[in-house]
Design a protein around this ligand. Structure first.
Ligand code: PHE
Length: 345
């Protein structure tokens, strides 16, 4: 019996097989359990003789089972460790990372600069009515200026016939702010704007930041200093060489466009735009003193309050700052393009 059991234990290749042998030998109805039970019926002499033999058998078989189990468990653990082995020295698999879109990054930079100059952020809806987008901004009715903006009109309201528009600029936020807030006012209004336009420097949807300052005795000098300070901080320069060129907007008088001196990208400059040198001028924004009619439309007395306003294209300034030559890919969501300009990996 002992030899059979020891052989069976030796032949076992899994913990489960060893367990089967243990049950056959030492379980309730096992062979050795039977022998142990049989001792009860023996005479004292027989028991004195057989007892040590049977107990010895049980002890050796128990020890053999324990030894074999430990051996197999160790082997099974080794196998698992080998199978689940991770080589920490292997190079990591590359992972795609998201990034902030260039326009949004530049928008955030601009908002940070203006916040540092004491401006609060105001917002308005993308879908505007004619009053906020045009009329209150001193666009005369039926004036070609309304067409000049290449406006996207929504379907007319079946009851009122009113045609809403996708706002063509962020200037309606000036109107909303002046109508809901008493001066003094110092806000910027970043947001999406829309015009039927598409070429290398125009997309049907683009972004603007509007600015509005209303106070007592605000004049052109405040406008110039504020905008030059903004441009210097945005391009991280000590000072900017700028000029204010007369222009026309219905909602400002006088109106101007701000140009900055630059050397256009050329091989000598490493293909980059260089500011504050050369004899080219680059238009970067529109601005002017808020027209008295606009103040009046918004319930502000032009004899008491004056102010200036400005508006600039965020995507255009992003192109300039980061040397992007074509505006359209900015809105095509091609990750290769974004990665090329370092905006995703
Ligand atoms: N709204 C003008 C535009 O979109 C820009 C502008 C804003 C000009 C404020 C003057 C004052 O072209």
């Amino acid at each position: 019996l002992e030899l059979d059991l020891i052989n069976a234990i030796g032949a076992a290749t899994t913990v489960a097989e060893v367990e089967a042998v243990r049950v056959a030998a030492l379980g309730k109805t096992g062979a050795i359990s039977g022998l142990l039970k049989g001792m009860g019926a023996m005479s004292p002499e027989e028991r004195r003789e057989q007892g040590p033999v049977i107990n010895g058998l049980r002890d050796r078989v128990t020890a053999a089972i324990g030894g074999k189990k430990a051996e197999l468990e160790a082997a099974e653990l080794d196998a698992r460790l080998a199978a689940e082995h991770v080589d920490l020295t292997l190079p990591a698999r590359p992972r795609r990372k998201g990034g902030v879109h260039p326009t949004m990054q530049v928008m955030d930079e601009m908002i940070a600069v203006f916040a540092g100059m004491g401006f609060a952020v105001a917002e308005g809806p993308d879908i505007e009515d004619d009053f906020h987008n045009f009329t209150a901004l001193n666009f005369p009715p039926k004036h070609p200026a309304r067409e000049m903006h290449d406006t996207f009109f929504l379907k007319p309201d079946p009851e009122t016939g009113e045609r809403k528009v996708l706002r063509t600029h962020t200037s309606p936020v000036q109107v909303r702010t002046m109508m809901s807030q008493q001066p003094p006012i110092r806000i910027i209004a970043p947001g999406r704007t829309f015009r039927k336009d598409s070429d290398a420097t125009h997309t049907p949807m683009f972004h603007q930041i509007e600015g509005l300052v209303i106070g007592r005795d605000i004049h052109m000098g405040h406008l110039k200093t504020t905008l030059k300070e903004f441009v210097a901080r945005f391009f991280e320069l000590d000072d900017v060489d700028a000029r204010f060129r007369p222009h026309h907007f219905p909602f400002t008088e006088p109106s101007a466009e701000m140009d900055i001196r630059c050397d256009r990208p050329k091989p000598e400059n490493g293909g980059k735009l260089v500011l504050n040198q050369g004899d080219d001028w680059l238009e970067i924004l529109g601005c002017g003193m808020v027209h008295p009619n606009v103040l009046r439309s918004c319930g502000i007395d032009p004899d008491q309050w004056q102010g200036f306003a400005f508006g600039m294209g965020v995507d255009r300034l992003a192109m300039l700052k980061y040397g992007v030559p074509d505006l359209r890919p900015m809105f095509e969501a091609d990750v290769r393009w974004l990665a090329h300009y370092g905006f995703s990996a």
